[in-house]
Design a protein around this ligand. Structure first.
Ligand SMILES: NC(=O)c1ccc[n+]([C@@H]2O[C@H](COP(=O)([O-])OP(=O)(O)OC[C@H]3O[C@@H](n4cnc5c(N)ncnc54)[C@H](OP(=O)(O)O)[C@@H]3O)[C@@H](O)[C@H]2O)c1
Length: 259
């Protein structure tokens, strides 16, 4: 018998992945494209945008890359409009772009706080609003917020990042309830420690070698994740397989959270 994986099929769907040119976002963008979606990656670095676009095009579906800084509020709606003009109405929004400022409370400036909250949380609120404006009349849509295990746990090293991720988990629940009557599901996935540029400091700075070892020891699977290991949860949350799942968070952390 032929396997029927139709419930995970994304052919004809249009997906937007912020920060889709590197790390976890790139892993998710490629995973969505392999499941059949037309993918738009929105991020700042044009060389990485071009490289990711080339990879998406090799998969074979229409794709695009757009230079966007998600902290520039006025640019968000025009970016989604540009995607809709080129690929069609947005069915799947992945709010993935984020960064962290590694400074404790006393060193954390107001500018640090504002820029992290703007990039990691406010952009997700605004992009969700603009995507929902397009999804509601069509009675279809999936919004996926890339949160973090750091949204649950207190950490001493990046208060604004932890707050942005905790806020994103709560934004997910609020929007899930509001958008459920419109057949739009809103969920998050929470990566654990993953091998990306964001974790360069802990992976490669000898000053943090002991912390890195502690994180690996606390992870039952015993290693950091690879970025493409986030793609499966994203495809599930983007597909019909998750049509009765909303307001949920899928923790993809090798078991770090349960220890
Ligand atoms: N790595 C981990 O261990 C880990 C753990 C838990 C959660 N996460 C979450 O997973 C997501 C992806 O993280 P990652 O580890 O893949 O990070 P990363 O390797 O640093 O990649 C971040 C991506 O976001 C983009 N980006 C950053 N600021 C942006 C902005 N202002 N506007 C547009 N794009 C922006 C970057 O592209 P440009 O620089 O070209 O804009 C890049 O593509 C984030 O939400 C992060 O919080 C990561």
């Amino acid at each position: 018998m032929m396997a029927d994986t139709g419930m995970f099929e994304l052919s004809g769907k249009v997906a937007v992945v912020t920060g889709g040119n590197g790390g976890i976002g790139r892993g998710i963008a490629i995973g969505l494209a392999k499941a059949g979606a037309k993918v738009a990656v929105l991020a700042r670095n044009e060389q990485r945008n071009r490289d990711t676009l080339a990879e998406l095009r090799r998969i074979g579906n229409p794709a695009m890359a757009l230079k966007l800084d998600v902290s520039r509020r006025a640019d968000l709606k025009p970016a989604l409009d540009a995607v809709e003009r080129e690929l069609g109405p947005v069915d799947i929004l992945v709010n993935n772009a984020a960064f962290a400022v590694l400074k404790g409370l006393l060193d954390h400036t107001e500018e640090d706080w504002d820029s992290v909250i703007e990039t990691d949380l406010t952009s997700c609120f605004l992009l969700s609003k603009y995507a929902a404006q397009s999804m509601i009349p069509r009675r279809t849509g999936k919004i996926i917020n890339v949160a973090s295990v750091g949204g649950y746990k207190g950490t001493p090293i990046y208060p604004s990042y932890g707050v942005s991720k905790g806020g994103l988990l709560q934004l997910t629940r609020c929007l899930a309830i509001e958008l459920a009557p419109h057949n739009i599901q809103v969920n998050s996935l929470a990566p654990g420690w993953t091998n990306t540029d964001m974790t360069d400091w802990i992976r490669n700075d000898p000053k943090y070698a002991a912390v890195k070892q502690e994180m690996i020891t606390r992870t039952p699977i015993g290693r950091f994740a690879e970025p493409d290991e986030m793609a499966g949860a994203a495809v599930f949350l983007a597909s019909a397989a998750s049509n009765f799942v909303t307001g949920a968070d899928i923790i993809v952390d090798g078991g770090f959270f349960i220890r």
